[in-house]
Write a protein that binds this ligand. Structure first.
Ligand SMILES: [Fe+2]
Length: 402
């Protein structure tokens, strides 16, 4: 018999939070941590505090202790999945590089008023679709690891990857996936029509500058005029990726069902990639914090249905997250298996007493025996790798390419 996941994550509106549940990290609207991951709800005051801070829903789990047994067939199955993942990861690396190059060429051409290489863009979208269809996780893992350089180009590709892979997991046809990928690729093309002093400004925009920035979806659509091969579906991504479910977005302030589903997907993919990347004016959020913030915007900025798909797709602690375990050990999430989003594979770098290990060791949290004190290994906190001087890229990429 297949073992059920012992840690059931639920997307729970605050009214349904009960005593005895454990919370994931919860942030207020300003991004301050209200409750750290692993907090047990033991009093009504804690629930009141959530309401007081206008938190609408949170990550919450009910921990049921696992007897520690596991199904051998399942282990074999996971081994096969792992092999497919690492196999695809080497191909995905080449695809990532190629598509970034195409994004660079496309955006530079758009800036200079030259023709955009539509055929190359379609090829890039096709490669992304084929990679996520072979194995949905490999390219998505690469999209989680980003340097500071060439943000505009890398962001275009990461958004294309996130949109395509999410749409793929939601059952979109191949044709629609290709069009969605092209849309993701071109979603910010209109930024090439924004004056450079505004586009590259370090620090906060004035209201006038922000009004100009907010024109980029419309500018993008005008730039695509005359490109007959670019579908309406792709154009929706360009025009709607800043619309918000509650009408607080731009450029049309559309609400709810007025926004196409692919527009809602694009909104989540775009904001997730943007906030998890370092900018001149603010440090990158951890993937977990970004997901928690997006999650808290359910039914307001973002569609709950899309966020739920997105969370299941990436895992609560996506690849590249630096986490602390209930044992006190710290490590990096290197792989998330679908259905085990709270119990990924973690590469342990620090022992419980805070010493850096000479040789990192790998834990598969979903398959760990209990600790000596009888409790389960689980993630209790998402940490900032910069506080530990850790370069995530070295660890996540090392295994497949060594
Ligand atoms: Fe944008």
């Amino acid at each position: 018999m297949k073992q059920e996941t012992q840690n059931r994550l639920s997307n729970i509106p605050v009214e349904k939070i009960k005593l005895g549940m454990y919370l994931g990290d919860v942030f207020d609207a300003q991004g301050n941590l209200l409750f750290a991951s692993g907090t047990l709800i033991h009093s009504a005051e804690q629930i009141e505090l959530l309401k007081k801070h206008n938190v609408s829903s949170v990550f919450a789990i009910e921990i049921k202790e696992n007897p520690g047994v596991y199904d051998r067939a399942r282990v074999v199955d996971v081994a096969n999945l792992e092999e497919a993942y690492y196999k695809e990861l080497s191909r995905a690396k080449e695809i990532h590089q190629y598509t970034i190059q195409t994004a660079r060429e496309t955006l530079i051409n758009a800036k200079l008023g030259r023709l955009m290489p539509v055929k190359k863009i379609e090829t890039a979208a096709e490669q992304i679709v084929e990679s996520v269809s072979r194995n949905p996780d490999a390219l998505v893992s690469l999209a989680q690891i980003k340097g500071y350089d060439e943000y505009v180009y890398v962001h275009s590709i990461n958004v294309a990857i996130l949109i395509t892979s999410l749409a793929c997991s939601m059952g979109y046809s191949k044709e629609k996936l290709l069009q969605a990928g092209v849309g993701g690729f071109l979603h910010d093309i209109g930024k090439m029509g924004i004056p450079e002093n505004i586009l590259n400004k370090k620090g906060k925009y004035s209201s006038g500058e922000f009004a100009i920035m907010k024109r980029h979806p419309d500018i993008g659509i005008s730039m695509l005029k005359g490109y007959r091969d670019i579908s309406d579906f792709s154009r929706i991504v360009v025009i709607q990726h800043h619309e918000r479910y509650n009408g607080s977005g731009y450029p049309r302030q559309l609400t709810g069902s007025m926004i196409s589903e692919i527009g809602l997907i694009a909104a989540v993919a775009d904001v997730y990639d943007a906030v998890t990347t370092d900018k001149d004016y603010r440090a990158a959020w951890t993937p977990h914090k970004a997901l928690a913030m997006i999650f808290q915007g359910c039914d307001m900025e973002y569609s709950r249905r899309i966020v739920e798909f997105f969370t299941k797709h990436l895992g609560i602690y996506p690849v590249g997250s630096f986490v602390k375990l209930s044992s006190g050990e710290k490590g990096i999430v290197i792989r998330v298996e679908k259905g085990e989003i709270l119990a990924p594979d973690v590469l342990i770098l620090y022992s419980a007493d805070g010493k850096k290990l000479k040789e990192p060791k790998e834990y598969k949290l979903w398959n760990m025996q209990k600790m000596e004190n009888g409790s389960q290994y689980r993630i209790v906190q998402s940490l900032n790798p910069k506080d530990y001087d850790i370069c995530i890229d070295n660890y996540v990429k090392a295994k497949p390419f060594e």
